[in-house]
Design a protein around this ligand. Structure first.
Ligand code: PEP
Ligand code: MG
Length: 587
């Protein structure tokens, strides 16, 4: 059960977003879930009871899934967390909280959420009166369960933390990309979670917001208290709770070093991204949220190579109208002052959700192999058409390109193009100004089948953008958001590299531009290899542009090309990593 200690404690996890955040523990769950209270008509009590039992069953399923994940955690963490989750499981089967809440629904004829809340209040009062530290710890567990039941009843996850005290470190079981998008980097110092992997979209969002984050930290929630001091070391994947003054001072020293490095790199802003032997490289920005635009111009990005349009559809119950999307895109395009903006059409499905769209497609829309990206858009052509119309209208204000996500066949590109033409035709009938000529339509190469048929896709595409995140996930069959298989997620696997090379060569043969916009593009470790494979356009989170630019400026392209040739003859990713790291160390 929860142990409260005032000693310094360290937890190891995955450093998914770099930097160091020092602050105070703020549980995501601590934002009060609003609990509705109302009376139930006598004839409806049975319905309310079954609604309550449904929430209990859902909680059992959730705890069961967490138990399965806990089993794969390393060492003692698996055992300890397992005990805790077992206890939750038993409490869901039979406990005062569950029995008492159900009784209140029947006897007092109140709604189930209010019944859980009232029972919890009574249990808290009686436990508090006993002044026993063991019982106080049990009370935390009962609270956690009550919170889970109430949020299941409300059929929505606990509300994300939008208003938190300045300097909060958000501690949670798991954050969705939508939760993370709502965090305010001015108030939040960092993120620490029990679940989640480095390549998941929540991690990408954390990096986009510049929030240091450690995910997949086993045992984290068990012995940590709201309000305690905490450090998130996103560089080394470490969380320190209740740091001693010397520990804190060491972290503060590293924060100062980070700032100096950032200042040094910011001098590169106006320097070209050109190799020592004179090859120009295009460095563009991936944008998840409009809030990043200041940084985009600050780091000197030459365009937006990937605008993940999902942000317009997240954290709401409806679909944004064409006009709303147009206004947002128009502002973005205008702020780029003539530099191109590549708008990717909606890529929800899998771990990225859009409440208004997902419900109707059930489990398929939440599966990574289901109705994701272009597949979902082609199932709701009305939504795609209005997104195209917003993009076409924004294209009248600057340079715009359209990018299609999760394409696996030529026919998907053809269908999308037909819808684009229909959207343009309708706008012309309405005498609305649109991009003229129509914007180029590009294809994301992120499904292995797309990479293997890149020659065919190149015939129907105006450009390619290689999404190495999904390409790695689907090629190696590894869920990019799952911390337990994170050790297998390896973009240096020869299969992934061959697919990247195949796609780049197909684009070069068809004389269409090709860029890479997965996380690999923003990591200077991979820059030489990607250049050696023929890529000359990179799109990445804005914060990474200076470091990649620095790597390009110190590099000889001919040498990078030769090293890539040696690497592509290798069968083993360990050897590939060694050959690459040796080459990088020579610079
Ligand atoms: C990718 O898969 O590499 C990519 C850039 O798309 P996303 O990360 O948004 O899935
Ligand atoms: Mg992708």
């Amino acid at each position: 059960m929860a142990k409260k200690s005032s000693k310094e404690r360290t937890f190891e996890g995955l450093g998914v977003s770099p930097g160091i955040g020092i602050g105070v523990v703020h549980f995501r769950e601590s934002s009060a879930i609003s609990v509705p209270e109302y009376r139930i008509a006598a004839g409806k009590v049975a319905d309310e009871r079954s609604r309550f039992n449904g929430a209990v069953n859902r909680a059992r399923g959730q705890i069961g899934r967490l138990r399965a994940k806990a089993r794969t955690m390393p060492g003692a963490a698996a055992e300890e967390l397992g005990f805790l989750l077992d206890a939750y499981f038993h409490m869901l089967k039979d406990s005062r909280l569950v029995r008492g809440a159900e009784r209140r629904v029947i006897d007092n004829r109140i709604n189930a959420e209010a019944a859980v809340q009232a029972e919890l209040a009574e249990i808290s009062d009686s436990f508090m009166a006993m002044d026993d530290p063991y019982l106080a710890a049990r009370l935390d567990d009962i609270r956690e369960l009550a919170r889970r039941l109430i949020s299941n009843l409300a059929k929505s996850p606990p509300k994300p933390v939008t208003h938190v005290p300045k300097g909060s470190v958000i501690v949670a079981e798991e954050l969705t990309p939508a939760d993370t998008a709502q965090l305010n980097p001015k108030r939040v110092a960092g993120i620490a979670t029990l679940l989640g992997g480095a390549e998941g979209h929540a991690a990408i969002m954390a990096r986009a917001l510049g929030l240091p984050a450690v995910m997949g930290a086993a045992g984290l929630l068990k012995s940590i208290n709201a309000g305690e001091g905490i450090v998130v070391d996103g560089d080394r994947g470490r969380i320190v709770v209740n740091p001693t003054p010397p520990t804190r001072a060491a972290f503060e020293h590293r924060i100062r070093e980070h700032k100096r490095e950032k200042k040094r790199l910011s001098r590169l802003r106006h320097q070209p991204a050109v190799t020592r032997d004179g090859t120009n490289v295009v460095l563009q920005a991936n944008v998840e949220l409009p809030a990043e635009m200041t940084l985009v111009s600050h780091v000197g990005a030459t365009g937006i190579g990937l605008l993940r349009s999902e942000f317009m559809f997240m954290n709401r119950d409806d679909i944004p109208a064409e006009e709303e999307q147009y206004r947002i895109l128009k502002d973005l395009v205008e702020s780029m002052e003539g530099r191109p903006v590549t708008v990717r059409t909606l890529d929800v499905g899998g771990e990225k959700t859009a409440a208004a769209l997902m419900g109707e497609f059930g489990a398929s829309a939440s599966s990574a192999l289901g109705l994701r990206g272009i597949r979902l858009s082609l199932s709701r052509t009305d939504v795609l058409e209005s997104q195209f119309q917003a993009i076409l209208r924004a294209g009248a204000h600057g340079k715009i390109r359209i990018l299609l996500p999760m394409v696996s066949s030529v026919s998907e590109v053809r269908q999308a193009r037909d819808i684009l033409h229909r959207a343009a035709g309708e706008l012309k009938c309405r005498h609305v100004a649109i991009a003229d000529p129509l914007p180029p339509v590009g294809t994301m190469i992120e499904v292995p089948g797309a990479a293997l048929s890149a020659d065919a896709l190149a015939q129907v595409s105006d450009f390619f953008a290689i999404g190495s995140n999904d390409l790695t996930m689907y090629t190696l069959a590894i869920d990019r958001g799952d911390e337990h298989v994170a050790y297998l997620y390896d973009p240096l696997h020869p299969a992934v590299l061959r697919l990247i090379q195949l796609s780049a060569e197909a684009a070069l043969r068809a004389r269409i531009p090709v860029s890479i916009c997965g996380e690999m593009a923003g990591d200077p470790r991979y820059t030489a290899l990607l250049l050696g494979l023929g890529l000359r356009e990179f799109s990445m989170i804005p914060a990474n542009i200076p470091r990649v630019k620095q790597r390009i400026r110190e590099m000889d392209l001919v040498a990078a090309y030769r090293r890539a040739q040696i690497i592509m003859d290798q069968m083993d990713s360990g050897r590939i990593a060694m050959l690459l790291d040796d080459f990088n160390a020579l610079a």
